[in-house]
Design a protein around this ligand. Structure first.
Ligand code: SF4
Length: 299
């Protein structure tokens, strides 16, 4: 069992647990996943349409009603057999090139109106950088500058992030940068849970397409959404987490990323005393990636 869950999977699990509670089941036991054979799928489907299916098999049922029930049963069998409970296959899964996969995700996002943040945005801020990057930074959401330019981290916080990347001995174009939500929250407020839940599946797909070695969550919103944990930033910093989006579970070409948490550059602008702590987080990442800092930064 992975130590962390991505929001997509967490939501699906929460939905399933709620359904079980409504059915009166409160105790859960772990068992290894198993592929159902056709007979088992049909049996589950028959239960799913019960008690109507019992009526459908009854000799007193009118033929047209029996036909309708039979069609419903077939539909349920198809649903169970063809759909993964937790995810629907995405177009980019069939594409091995990261740049092409990102393009498909961007096309799927379209002129998105899936959550209320679309109402106040100027531009969707999809993400920027090397589609094959080993290192990815994930922030919270676009600010005014990002909203105007359609690119993440281009304002003052972006300048500081650029300096942090430079201190690591890298260039901005060597990494990939994205946010949990792609549209600017009004007044730069923190994105609300429903907005994060609606938008973050696109981020997860971006991460699965890029297949980075390390993801750095910038700030509490990014950390909590990526890790699906509700701890404070202080508790989440200082260690790596194994991270693989649910949609990439079947991708044997990528074992997942290591995820580190550090302060958001906007917070560091407000409290520069924490820069030293952020540098420790980045040094942990550099060590893992085998990056030697430029002499000046190392001194
Ligand atoms: S924040 Fe994300 S989900 Fe919401 S409208 Fe923008 S792109 Fe769509």
């Amino acid at each position: 069992m992975p130590s962390t869950l991505d929001p997509e999977l967490r939501r699906a699990l929460a939905e399933r647990v709620r359904y079980c509670h409504e059915m009166g089941f409160y105790d859960f036991y772990r068992r290894e996943p198993r592929v159902l054979d056709v007979a088992e799928v049909e049996s589950v489907a028959a239960e799913a349409v019960s008690p109507s299916s019992l009526l459908a098999s009854s000799s007193i049922l009118q033929p047209e009603l029996r036909e309708e029930m039979s069609a419903r049963k077939s539909a349920v069998v198809r649903t169970i057999a063809e759909e993964n409970v937790f995810e629907t296959p995405k177009l980019e899964y069939a594409v091995s090139d990261s740049a092409a996969a990102l393009k498909l995700i961007r096309e799927d996002l379209g002129d998105c109106t899936r959550c209320k943040l679309h109402k106040g945005r100027t531009k969707i801020v999809f993400g920027v950088g090397d589609p094959h990057a080993e290192l990815m930074f994930v922030g919270e959401g676009p600010g005014a500058d990002e909203d105007a330019q359609g690119e993440p981290f281009v304002g003052r916080a972006g300048q500081l992030l650029n300096n942090m990347i430079k201190a690591m001995g890298l260039r901005r174009e060597d990494v990939y940068i994205a946010n949990v939500v792609k549209c600017r929250p009004p007044g730069n407020r923190t994105p609300e849970p429903d907005e994060c839940d609606t938008c973050s599946p696109f981020l997860m797909r971006q991460i699965a397409a890029i297949k980075p070695k390390v993801v750095v969550a910038l700030g509490a919103t990014a950390a909590k959404n990526l890790l699906a944990m509700n701890s404070s930033l202080g508790e989440l910093r200082g260690r790596f987490y194994d991270f693989k989006p649910a949609g990439a579970r079947a991708d044997s070409s990528w074992s997942g990323a290591r995820l580190a948490v550090t302060y958001h550059p906007a917070y560091l602008l407000r409290d520069p005393r924490q820069k030293g702590e952020a540098w420790k987080d980045l040094q942990m990442v550099m060590k893992y990636l085998g990056i030697e800092p430029p002499k000046k930064a190392a001194e």
